[in-house]
Write a protein that binds this ligand. Structure first.
Ligand code: SF4
Length: 117
């Protein structure tokens, strides 16, 4: 796998032995080892998308992201929940637009400032 923790993009190899121990090679730093082990055991991602702005034209959207990483298998649940979210203006970077998305314990926050007209 390719490490996505920094632009260097080290090519990692993870091997699990009979006891379940995972050995990682190809990493230049400890972050790569942690990334590879997480990818094998419990892969997670930060989700970025947009949600509608309440009462505005159809094209009015605000960019959002999960405040932390969520399990990969919860990404589509996250997207489905956000499809029904509308944000009232004004909105500020860091405002919580959805709490505990998909039961992950992680909130979704705005990543853009939009003033009320
Ligand atoms: S292993 Fe370390 S140096 Fe290599 S891509 Fe990952 S974070 Fe960057």
């Amino acid at each position: 796998m390719i490490c996505i923790c920094c632009p260097l993009g080290c090519a990692l190899t993870a091997v699990r032995d009979k006891e379940g121990e995972i050995t990682v090679t190809g990493n230049t730093c400890p972050r790569g080892e942690a990334y590879a082990k997480n990818e094998c055991l419990s892969p997670k991602r930060t989700v970025t998308t947009t949600v509608r702005v309440k009462g505005e034209a159809q094209a009015a959207m605000v960019s959002v992201k999960t405040a932390g990483e969520i399990p990969k298998d919860k990404i589509m649940d996250c997207i489905r929940e956000l499809a029904g979210v509308e944000v009232a203006l004004p909105v500020r970077i860091g405002d919580v637009v959805l709490k505990n998305v998909a039961g992950t314990g992680i909130d979704v926050v705005a990543t853009k400032n939009i003033e009320k007209k």
